[in-house]
Design a protein around this ligand. Structure first.
Ligand SMILES: [Zn+2]
Ligand SMILES: [Zn+2]
Length: 196
């Protein structure tokens, strides 16, 4: 079975490095946002992502919400949920990817990633995985996405902080992340090595 890919998805696969169910979920979310919110040229669109898995790469690639630009905020909740705040519109929506696509497959998935399946099991699993990817890509919006408007305060804009030089390693770092120990100003890394 060949998975049908539009240009956005091809680009996202290239960016991410492979096609996988997580990327497919991120693609569905990003596509929905593109249709409802304008794309981020600078940082008018802010993404608050509740996981750090494959799906986030589709968000970064398709919506230009990137950690480098400061309009990607990571919350470590382990959920396939994403909130988008539009600075232009002053409003936000949260999208949760629903549908338990891997129900009852925890065991076989673990074995697959550990390389513990025999060749037949592996082929079988890969075919099923491809089916799941296709399902995620083609299901109607309301079957994969639970979307609701949410009322959240505007996320803080990325700020530029002055630099300081660490008195131990000599490297420059963002002032706000500085620590002091034994009367010296240290970068966080040196502080943790010395004190913790
Ligand atoms: Zn992936
Ligand atoms: Zn240092």
């Amino acid at each position: 079975m060949a998975i049908e890919m539009d240009d956005d998805l091809k680009k996202a696969v290239q960016f991410h490095g492979h096609m996988c169910p997580g990327l497919a979920m991120g693609y569905r979310v990003a596509k929905y946002v593109k249709e409802h919110y304008p794309r981020s040229e600078d940082e008018e669109l802010v993404a608050i992502v509740e996981n750090s898995s494959c799906s986030v790469d589709a968000i970064q690639d398709m919506l230009s919400c990137t950690s480098g630009k400061g309009n990607l905020i990571f919350r470590d909740y382990g959920k396939q949920a994403f909130t988008f705040y539009s600075r232009d519109k002053g409003k936000a929506m949260r999208i949760y990817v629903k549908g338990d696509f891997f129900e009852g497959m925890d065991d076989v998935r673990r074995k697959y990633f550990q390389g513990k399946l025999n060749p037949e099991e592996k082929t079988e699993f890969e075919a099923l995985r491809e089916k799941i990817i296709d399902m995620i890509l083609t299901a109607p919006d309301d079957e994969v996405l639970s979307v609701k408007e949410v009322d959240i305060p505007a996320p803080a804009k990325a700020r530029i902080y002055p630099s300081l030089k660490c008195q131990q390693c000599g490297e420059a770092f963002m002032e706000i992340l500085g620590r002091t120990a034994g009367g010296k100003v240290l970068c966080k890394e040196c502080f943790e090595k010395t004190v913790c």
